[in-house]
Design a protein around this ligand. Sequence first.
Ligand code: PEP
Ligand code: MG
Length: 564
Amino acid sequence: MTTLSGIPASSGAAVGPFFLLNTNIPVPTGQPSHQSFEAEGHALNLAIKNVGLDLEARAARTTGELQEILLATAEIATDPAIAEEAAGFIASGHTASYAMVKATEVFQELLAASGGYLAERVSDVANIRDRVLCEIAGIAYPEIPHFDVPTVLIAQDLSPADTADLETDKILAIVTAGGGPTSHTAIIARSNGIAAVVACPGVVEAAQANAGSTVAVDATNGQITFNPDLALKAQIASTIEKIKARKSRVIARSADGYVTTDGTAVPIYANIGRLEDTVAAVAAGADGVGLLRTELLYLDRNDAPTLQEQTAIYTELFQPFAGQKVVIRTIDAGADKPMAFINFDHEPNPALGVRGYRTIFGHEHLLRTQLEAIANASKATKAQVWVMAPMITLPGEAAAFVSMAREYGLTKAGVMIEVPAAIFHADEITKVCDFVSIGTNDLGQYLHAADRESAPLAGFNDPWQPALLRAVHQVAQAGVKNNTPVGVCGEAASDAALASVLIGLGVSSLSCSVATLTDVAQAITAHSLQQLVLAGNTAIAAKTAQDAKNSARLHLSELVNLGL
Ligand code: PEP
Ligand code: MG
């Protein structure tokens, strides 16, 4: 047996044959071209055009988010800036292939330096480059074939274009060496209910070394085992059975939320960012929306959205949640989400710069227009609209935001707690706000001074880090004292075991990704509040993230039976 570890990205387990997607693309050398500039230029332009057309055709065969991603990728491919950059290399005597490699390197560096969402486009550009190189070489790009029997798909990474024609019913699980929990592979796997493990270094080499054998994938703990023995196969089979049983389990719910075995209601909301998400949130059984990330609606805009535009889209977003709560967050621009219509001066440390609520310096009109639009949309629908500001540091900022929201008739106003100073001000902040919501993604990065996008620092950003859990506990206690609801809307709330711990620490509601909402609800409703409190107490006493997880799980006895 050969066992490797990765990051679980979509829950589930599988055992079976595997297919390794070969992505050995011809690598051009820097040898001078033997052809004319014109011939090389023509070869490059034709290849780019064909790749763009192919991506558009793939987009036409898909729907929803994947279609949008593919159309955006086709746009990147045919962006004249890449061809222009490449033309410079051709002009200095290089081949079309080499010019393409060099030109895309320039773009990849620019994207990587921007961080966050833009950095995630680096792999899209790499995929475009590979497709163009195959096109120039006149060879077929390696595609995922049709499988006669259900198969585990292993790859270095999967691009959106790779998965456009994926026969998802024939895929037992997906394992990639690259990618992260928010990568495209993870999203595709979760939306199709396929088990997935990502960021699994060495999996491609292990698959080559174990060609023809079987593989066991356990996406509850991220372990991949080639040539599994009988005991492991039996264990995986039992996990699969538990997952099947979990899917048909009736989950206890009341008008106030999901209900623990001793009768405590826990509202579980969804995190959304686009119109399509509303349908998925309702279908997943969300009690409403706990985080509507409005900046995601406008990331590609050069000009600020107007009052009318915003009123229209917020109205559409609120409509499906009549009688339910929708927590809408004002634009969180900056750092990993730069926005063209908010002019940022060059900042050496954007994550520590003018971002979130801080963009009010010089852009108060944008916040006011947004609040007015939110108020208009709130009046036009039956959703209970709560509004909150991101990246609040001081009680004075919280008070100023709440009073500004009130000017527009918004009666429920609160802030996100995601800056360490706000923890120490939690008492004052929970006095001036109607509610607070803890953003564990940013809070984790700022508490540990570790960029949330940095792979080498991922351990610091493990949401089980005891310092983060203690911070959550402190804010939750302030909320209890001042009778102010405290929710968690960071990714920590999307992990079924950790979400249970958060409730045990005194948090009053959770807001998680739509894909994991049912798992979270399963975990909460399978335990008593008393068990959750014991799990919370033991987790905050731990010295390491792993200890926190292991010790909490001892009190969450049903997780194993649920295959979580
Ligand atoms: C967070 O920081 O936890 C959060 C929910 O906000 P975002 O991930 O959008 O920064
Ligand atoms: Mg945040």
